[in-house]
Design a protein around this ligand. Structure first.
Ligand SMILES: Nc1ncnc2c1ncn2[C@@H]1O[C@H](COP(=O)(O)OP(=O)(O)OP(=O)(O)O)[C@@H](O)[C@H]1O
Ligand SMILES: [Mg+2]
Length: 574
């Protein structure tokens, strides 16, 4: 993590330097005060009181200026550090494979990106400011105390071991708890996220109370752990104060006794010594807080590093030469099991070839592995066995962007972002002209409803696309894919929310497009795919049959069953 600070080394150097200046001014104050008491007040020397008073004001002002500069540079270092770290962490999260995101969980990733980065950022701030301040204050305070009288320094030396033991004790007790607190925070964030995103389902099932109870439980666990840490730490300050007050009493006794005996310790010295003692011991207490922030930040840094250091599971291949054939896909003995599913294969020994320009459909019962199959083509996951070839080259040999650039995919669940409809479609091609966007929307049969919206293409889409109907979301997702230049178009049940008329019109428009790309279409309704060149019937992760609609009606019992059941439903509906 130090590499993120390297860039700001000059701020990290300037901040402590100014802090040393500020502390030096603070340390001068009690000494000047002693002078006013001993040589001004006790000897009624008004001019000395005024001149030393002016020096005191000046030192306060210089100290203040140093303090401000230190604060500015410390903030520049900490904010810059936090900003860079957050950026890198976000970029890493964006590149995590689905399998890694599933494992860490979205809630935990959000906590790491926000709370954990803030903890580490606080540590940087404390390191260049608080740590330096208290170390210098401690050393300078002892020196100044010694200057007042070596006996006072001895009092501090006796008190210090108690302080150190107390601080160490409490830090050791609390350090392991910080990791637990962060984990509990993950849990709360996860519940929060699920419920805010799924608010509609919660309301539809009247589960507010149930979810509230779940949140309460997570929150209570977080509070309990936080309370445990804070209660432990609450003991620390009073313990310190006891030691401090005992030392102050000792200083007053020694000062008073020596003064009565006519020794070298003056009332001014005793006064200054009390202030120095307070500065030293408060410094140590503050240091304890800093160590607490450090151990909290250590737990956070480990969690951040876990993400930053996680290996790239899906990596670039060696790179592939541009091929003459475009849009060919081949599955060779492909089997696939989801990570963490203990080897249970969702797809088994799948082999087939899709020719360039072919319209290839996949049908099968729900959960039979259709989405899984198409998700393997752009390498959302890697195959467990066998290989997938695009244009004759193993997908693992491509650079990921080169492979994904060839493919336009409309996922089963239409994902839209909280920006305008136009920007959502433009995702397919950054520099698209407005007419290209309109044309893509026309193919997707989205243009009509978009134009009817009050702001047309510039109508904002609310988060998750909740301001649009299911069919509208699907059509915008299709338009986005149509806009993207592609050799292979994958439509994963992307017209399921469209009425039959709109769906038929979309397929017609798709068929009329020039420069035909390969199309892989998943559908539940036979009517959506019966015009395809070939249809693959998937049954429980295995290929049951491949052929044209007519061939399958003759050869495949499963296909016939699906067909008959849908025909029956159709005639019943009529
Ligand atoms: N991320 C995942 N982790 C573990 N198992 C998964 C994951 N995604 C899907 N599965 C499982 O893989 C199997 C196939 O799922 P898939 O989504 O491919 O089915 P599908 O044929 O597309 O179904 P549908 O028609 O309902 O969309 C299912 O049993 C599902 O539970
Ligand atoms: Mg699916």
């Amino acid at each position: 993590m130090l590499k993120y600070l390297k860039k700001y080394w000059y701020f990290c150097l300037l901040a402590p330097l100014f802090m040393v200046g500020e502390v030096a001014m603070d340390l001068l104050q009690p000494d000047l005060m002693a002078k006013i008491v001993d040589e001004g007040v006790l000897k009624s020397d008004i001019s000395l009181i005024i001149s030393v008073g002016i020096r005191m004001i000046l030192t306060v002002m210089i100290g203040g200026l140093f303090g401000i500069l230190c604060g500015v540079f410390a903030n520049l270092a900490a904010q810059g550090f936090g900003n860079d770290l957050r950026k890198d962490l976000f970029s890493k999260i964006m590149h995590l494979s689905f399998q890694q995101t599933d494992k860490i969980s979205v809630g935990s990733l959000v906590t790491r990106l926000t709370n954990d980065v803030t903890q580490v950022q606080n540590m940087v701030m404390m390191a260049v400011r608080g740590f330096v301040r208290n170390t210098v204050m401690f050393a300078g305070g002892i020196f100044m105390l010694y200057r007042q009288s070596p006996k006072f320094a001895l009092v501090a030396a006796c008190g210090l071991p108690f302080v150190v033991v107390t601080v160490t004790f409490f830090l050791r007790k609390t350090a392991p708890l910080f990791k637990v607190v962060q984990k509990k925070l993950d849990g709360v964030n996860q519940i929060m996220q699920e419920n805010i995103a799924g608010a509609r389902v919660v309301k539809a099932y009247v589960k507010e109370e149930y979810e509230l109870a779940r949140f309460d439980q997570g929150n209570a666990e977080l509070c309990e752990k936080n309370l445990k840490v804070q209660s432990l730490l609450a003991f620390m300050s009073p313990c310190m104060n006891i030691v401090l007050n005992l030392c102050v009493v000792a200083v007053i006794l020694i000062g008073g006794y020596t003064a009565r005996e006519g020794g070298s310790i003056t009332p001014g010295h005793t006064m200054a010594a009390i202030t120095y003692l307070a500065q030293i011991l408060h410094g140590v207490t503050f240091m304890a807080n800093i160590f607490q922030i450090f151990s909290r930040a250590k737990a956070s840094a480990e969690r951040i590093n876990e993400v930053l250091d996680s290996p790239n599971v899906i990596t670039d291949g060696v790179g592939a030469e541009e091929q003459e054939v475009k849009g060919a896909v081949e599955f060779r003995n492909v089997s696939f099991a989801y990570p963490g599913s203990e080897g249970h294969c969702v797809l088994e020994e799948i082999s087939f070839k899709i020719l360039p320009g072919e319209t290839f459909a996949i049908i099968g019962s729900t959960g039979s592995g259709k989405s899984t199959l198409v998700n393997l083509i752009p390498r959302f996951y890697d195959v467990t066995a066998g290989e997938i070839l695009v244009d004759g080259i193993n997908v693992k040999d491509y650079e990921l962007t080169a492979l994904r650039d060839k493919i336009a995919i409309v996922l089963q669940k239409a994902e839209l972002y909280s920006r305008s409809i136009e920007e959502n479609i433009r995702w397919g091609k950054k520099d698209a002209d407005p007419w290209e966007i309109k044309k893509a929307a026309q193919i997707a049969h989205a243009d009509d409803f978009i134009c009817e919206k009050s702001y047309g293409y510039y109508t904002p889409v609310t988060e998750g696309g909740h301001s649009l109907s299911g069919g509208q979301k699907q059509r915008i997702s299709i338009a986005r894919a149509m806009l993207k230049e592609h050799d292979i178009l994958i439509l994963d049940d992307s017209t399921s929310a469209l009425d039959l008329k709109t769906e038929a019109a979309f397929h017609k428009a798709l068929g009329e497009q020039s420069g035909k790309a390969t199309r892989i279409m998943i559908a539940q309704r036979i009517s959506s795919i019966q015009g395809a060149d070939r249809i693959l019937v998937l049954d429980n992760g295995r290929i049951a049959a491949i052929g044209t609609h007519k061939e399958l009606l003759k050869q495949s019992e499963i296909y016939r069953d699906i067909y008959n059941s849908q025909m029956k439903e159709g005639s019943e509906a009529e």
